[in-house]
Design a protein around this ligand. Structure first.
Ligand SMILES: Cc1cc2nc3c(=O)[nH]c(=O)nc-3n(C[C@H](O)[C@H](O)[C@H](O)COP(=O)(O)OP(=O)(O)OC[C@H]3O[C@@H](n4cnc5c(N)ncnc54)[C@H](O)[C@@H]3O)c2cc1C
Length: 317
């Protein structure tokens, strides 16, 4: 069913930077809606490297990417936001209105409609779409499982991998010692079995010959491709595949549309989570000014924010 939801800030992308935007907006009393085309939150952290430890989140010596996302979800719990997964934002339209402040209408792939005073594009490298394996996950799983499984076969359409060099070397050593069978250049042709999987037939990419492999389990690790997709059609100034922003408020070439996190570009940009956190903190200040023109942005430390303490149920002396 189609929805029409109003908010102060509409966030495109529920990666770490999109999630942290809810926190910064919440501190200023702004309400957010977050939309992501994946079926879960966490962006790259959840989709690409949930079990890998991150060492450069300030004040957190080590945390897996999954733990990082869980911590962000915990941090934004006190605030007012709704999450809309499995929705890709396809269109952004300026609303024709006589109001002083320009608002936006956003339409998703599920035909849900949102009205927002500010749009925050926290879309990382764009929307994730399936592609063909050979990345870190396929290598990681093969190496990890070679210790546990009776036999393990890694099938890939070419004899080159895009994953970490170190893991590829580990995998190739395990092939040498007979712990992993490597089948390249092959693609899966057919799944075999009736009630449950008993094997697969695979086709040699070059000779086109087909052979069968017995197996009890199959892991599909095709990987994901990041595509700018609909973002390209929103008339925003781009630099290659990134959205150009200023470094004062991380606003795009269009007023009221901000780009934060990996998706943006400015001189010296680094694709790091902590940089995205800084960017969105400043962008939210400007979004507040657009919601309440002429009002001073209420700056305050969280240590002395009694409203926040109340929401969290903590007493700070
Ligand atoms: C293997 C690996 C290890 C890394 N290690 C570190 C590290 O140690 N430290 C560090 O700081 N950074 C690390 N990074 C980088 C870090 O993950 C990124 O900087 C961070 O995820 C960027 O966050 P984001 O919120 O900007 O975007 P993302 O995490 O990319 O999330 C963007 C979200 O937007 C969604 N989206 C895109 N377009 C649309 C649309 N049109 N509609 C709806 N949703 C959309 C996507 O589906 C995605 O979920 C690592 C990255 C990788 C791949």
């Amino acid at each position: 069913m189609s929805k029409k939801i109003e908010s102060d800030i509409l966030i495109i992308g529920a990666g770490p930077v999109g999630l942290f935007t809810v926190f910064e907006a919440g501190l200023l009393g702004l309400k957010c809606q977050i939309i992501d085309n994946l079926d879960k939150v966490g962006g790259q952290c959840a989709e690409l490297y949930p079990d890998k430890p991150i060492f450069d989140i300030p004040g957190v010596p080590s945390q897996t990417a999954e733990e990082h996302i869980e911590a962000l979800l915990e941090q934004i719990k006190p605030f007012d936001y709704d999450l809309h997964l499995n929705n890709r934002v396809d269109e952004i339209h300026q609303i024709d209105s006589k109001e002083e402040i320009q608002k936006w209408k956003v339409i998703t792939s599920e035909q849900n409609e949102f009205i927002a005073t500010n749009v925050f594009i926290a879309a990382g490298g764009g929307s994730f779409e399936p592609r063909f394996g050979g990345g870190d996950s396929a290598l990681d799983w093969s190496v990890e499982l070679s210790d546990l499984a009776n036999s393990i076969t890694l099938v890939h359409r070419r004899d080159a991998f895009r994953g970490a060099q170190n893991t590829e070397s580990q995998m190739r050593e395990l092939v040498e010692t007979g712990n992993i069978e490597l089948k390249t250049p092959y693609v899966i042709e057919e799944l075999l079995g009736t009630d449950q999987i008993s094997g697969v037939s695979i086709k040699n990419f070059e000779t086109k010959e087909i052979e069968s492999l017995d197996c009890d389990e199959i892991l599909f690790l095709f990987g994901l491709n990041k595509k700018l997709g609909p973002l390209e059609n929103w008339n925003l100034k781009l630099n290659g595949k990134k959205i150009s922003v200023d470094t004062e408020k991380y606003q795009t070439s269009i007023e009221g549309i901000y780009a934060v996190g990996d998706i943006n570009d400015y001189p010296g940009k680094l694709d790091l989570i902590l940089c995205g956190f800084h960017e969105t903190t400043l962008a939210v200040q400007d979004a507040y000014r657009r919601c309440f023109p002429g009002e001073r942005v209420p700056f305050g430390y969280t240590t002395s924010n009694t409203k926040l303490h109340k929401k969290l149920g903590v007493k700070v002396d």
